[in-house]
Design a protein around this ligand. Structure first.
Ligand code: THU
Length: 132
């Protein structure tokens, strides 16, 4: 609980949301992912005329983080303009789970916010350990 203090991750996610490329859905998403050393990586959704090739904000943030060498993460904040906070899609849950399901996932909508552990959003995940 952050008790009304300005959440820098939320601010970072809002800044990323402004860069969203969402001409087809007009659903703009920003994400800010905090690594275990406090570094913050952001992403926005990037849609494509070939709709299925759209990249979600959460995965964009993760790819940016991994590219910079980050491997352990504490928290991700997702911002949308929807009334109710949007939970990450299934593909993003799986991709985030690659680096552990102990990630705190927060979503902020216009009407409120929700928080989960990734392990709640993706129970019994298939992960690196599943490969034996
Ligand atoms: N989207 C995300 O960026 N993250 C999610 O977890 C769900 C959906 C994007 C994909 C697409 O550009 C738009 O939201 C509508 O689905």
């Amino acid at each position: 609980m952050r008790c009304g203090l300005t959440d820098s991750l939320e601010t970072a996610a809002r800044t990323a949301q402004q860069q969203a490329w969402a001409p087809y859905s007009n659903f703009r998403v920003g994400a800010a992912l905090e690594a275990d050393d406090g570094t913050v990586f952001t992403g926005c959704n990037v849609e494509n005329a070939s709709y299925g090739l759209t990249i979600c904000a959460e995965r964009a943030a993760l790819v940016s983080a991994v590219t910079a060498g980050a491997r352990r993460f504490r928290r991700v904040v997702v911002v949308t303009d929807s009334e109710s906070p949007a939970a990450p899609c299934g593909a993003c849950r799986q991709v985030l789970a690659e680096f552990g399901t102990g990630l705190q996932v927060e979503s902020v909508g216009k009407g409120g916010r929700r928080s989960w552990m990734l392990s709640q959003l993706l129970p019994d995940a298939f992960g690196p350990e599943s490969l034996g």
